[in-house]
Ligand binder design. Sequence first.
Ligand SMILES: Cc1ncc(COP(=O)(O)O)c(C=O)c1O
Length: 476
Amino acid sequence: MNQNSVPLLEAARRYLDIDHAPFYMPAHKRGQSIDREFMALMGENIFRLDLPELPDLEEPVAEAEVLAADAYGSDRAWFLTNGSTCGVEAMLLATCQQGDKILIGRNCHKAAIAGLVLNGATPIYLPTDYLPEFDLDLGVSPKTLELFLNQHPDAKAVMLVSPNYFGVCGELEKMVAIAHSFNVPLLVDAAHGAHLGFHPDLPISALQAGADLVVQSTHKMAGSLTQSSMLHLQGDRIAAEQVDRALQILRSSSPNLLLMISLDVARRQMAINGKELLTETLRLAKEARSQLNQISKLRTFSQIEISTLDQTRLTVMIDQLNMTGFEADIYLHSQLDVMAEMPTLTQLVFSLSLGNTQTDIDRLVQGFQKLGKEKANSEKQTANLIPNYQSPIPNYQPKLTPREAYFAKSDRIPLNQAIGRISVESLCPYPPGIPLICIGEEITLEVVKMLQAILRSGGIINGASDETLETILVVK
Ligand SMILES: Cc1ncc(COP(=O)(O)O)c(C=O)c1O
């Protein structure tokens, strides 16, 4: 197909020139009544193109989705304007229902737990491998998947996260082969993988590996506007109508055209210039890594062998600097104008993508040089902040399905007295948004200690109805 064409951008441009009396929504009528200060800040066209689903735009949207399917190598693509959150939920709603089992990586995003509340299915959580020296979640291994599929051959689907927040993709081709050998479809939350498949030095994409249904946050890694994502279907294990039905329920009835246009142009950019742009991103990431490795007490993943690591994701281990990642994040941000994507207790994760420049890398390296000098001799120890906890991702099966627990009668009790009770809420450090306690799981002492340590050291816990974590909602 002609990947140079951008049907939605072209249709939008035509609309700029059409002079008409707009009696449709949104109420600002192409910016005519928009707040003037906002207009002055943003420019005029953004409002002139904030249009509803006008009949003339239906065909260009369909054409843009066909081009996206072609570029990414899927059979069908859907543009999403509610992020991959909507896509993850749709994948679950399209494939499983109450009474069905689904094997799901325990490192899933909280959107997957929301999807399980919606579909009522019974999750069998797949434990993930963990590399303690680098506090690194390696995702689900093929061995684990095979073991669990042998125990649960009646599972309706398998769902994995690839890449994870650290860029670890895992052995997806093997996973696809295993799932398919049990005649089970593989759903992949590739929220962090919209750039994969466009450069030979990056891990292969989930679609190239043969996954059946894949969601990608185009906005995270491939240059579209925040909240715009794509859902891709491949093969015939899952019917397109099932996905359509799920999206009918989950999607807004007023998709934002600006987000859709941004998906159209991001697809063109990836298809036409992706390789060249990613070559530069990979070069910058390599340079950053090699310079950071020279700074005393800092480590990056170049010191470990992970064949399926997306090298555009840069994790810096700061555990030997006598500070937590949360402290380092605040320091870099407030003193040195460098903003990371994610702090954890032991790391800072930087997301490098098409938009980064040499200047960004220089600032990053200089920031760490300064931080290293100032903090290396600090007396403060972080060891006592980090509980003796083997893996940040729990590894046990839920007591109730997320749906059962979500709708159960609940009691609010002190968190410290909640050990052994079943949680009604999902609590996750954000980012990465992986629940340490999932709705329906038993609350354990280790997890409570971990959550409290994260909160104490400046992390954000999302999903808690009591932000102080003093109390929690448990099943009555
Ligand atoms: C693994 C994973 N899945 C899904 C999501 C949700 O994506 P979105 O922000 O596009 O809704 C995220 C967001 O961070 C994520 O990390």
